[in-house]
Design a protein around this ligand. Structure first.
Ligand SMILES: C[S@@+](CC[C@H](N)C(=O)[O-])C[C@H]1O[C@@H](n2cnc3c(N)ncnc32)[C@H](O)[C@@H]1O
Length: 263
């Protein structure tokens, strides 16, 4: 099963990519404390490159990785100052880097393969191995309660596109299924495409536990600074071991707590 084909890639870029751009000011604040100028930031599930552009403009080297070739075509246009590679975040080699970011439920997606919690641990261990001492890992994840009431429908309309979606949360299996129909004006007509996305939902506690088991000091937040997230979503801010602990306090306010492993 593939995702983010040409029409959804386009619609996402036009209608939904402002989300990661809105997170940029807060992220840049953190990056400025943990990443030297010119340091490498890897963005997983970078989509159409809107955030990558902001990071590259701020002076970081940026490598965006995404499994969808259609989103990467847009990303190369949107962010000429960044590098992009097609691949799955589960298997793509991660180069030594100062920060890893994954915004927009990227780690929830399970195209083709189930993603139980232990595969999160595998992923975090791979990230830790790539990160330089004290490196920064920031991502958001959807958890149970992402769709209040279990079912939702919605639509959005753009200048030359429309999207309809139906979401269903399976509380027993901790999954969310989104059926997405896009209409995109091409020539004189609207082209219709369908995608079905299945997401694994992770509880905040199990994510923090997996991060701690992988050696990260982490906390869960309700948003990217001023940018608050929808129901069931959390931002995870994690620091790899090593590095300068004094720079782990953003604007002198919050400290990252090292969570004990609870077993
Ligand atoms: C909701 S979009 C978010 C895009 C972008 N990060 C943003 O916030 O605008 C999810 C992106 O994750 C990508 N993705 C999902 N699963 C992936 C995987 N296993 N490996 C790489 N990319 C993945 C999709 O192709 C899509 O571009």
């Amino acid at each position: 099963l593939d995702g983010y084909g040409r029409d959804l890639a386009y619609v996402h870029d036009r209608g939904f990519s402002s989300f990661s751009e809105s997170a940029a000011p807060w992220l840049l604040g953190w990056l400025s404390r943990r990443v030297p100028q010119g340091g490498l930031v890897v963005e997983l599930g970078c989509g159409s490159g809107r955030l990558a552009r902001r990071l590259a403009e701020a002076g970081y080297e940026v490598l965006g990785i995404d499994r969808s070739g259609d989103t990467l075509s847009l990303a190369r246009r949107n962010a000429p100052g960044a590098r992009f590679r097609r691949g799955s975040l589960e298997t793509a080699p991660l180069p030594p880097c100062h920060a890893i970011l994954a915004l927009g439920e990227v780690l929830n997606y399970r195209f083709g393969r189930p993603r139980p919690a232990r595969s999160l641990l595998r992923l975090f261990l791979r990230m830790r191995a790539a990160l330089r001492p004290g490196g920064l890992l920031v991502f958001d994840l959807a958890g149970p309660g992402r769709v209040p009431g279990g079912r939702a429908e919605g639509s959005r309309l753009g200048r030359d596109w429309a999207v309809l979606f139906r979401s269903e949360e399976d509380l027993a299996r901790h999954t969310l299924t989104r059926r997405i129909t896009t209409f995109r004006r091409v020539g004189g007509a609207y082209r219709r495409s369908e995608e079905v996305h299945v997401l694994s939902l992770f509880r905040e506690g199990e994510v923090l536990e997996a991060l701690a088991a992988a050696g990260f000091s982490a906390r869960a937040l309700r948003g990217y600074g001023e940018l608050r997230l929808g129901p069931g979503l959390r931002v995870f801010l994690a620091l790899g071991p090593g590095g300068d602990p004094s720079s782990s306090t953003p604007r002198g306010k919050r400290r990252i707590r090292r969570r004990r492993r609870t077993r």
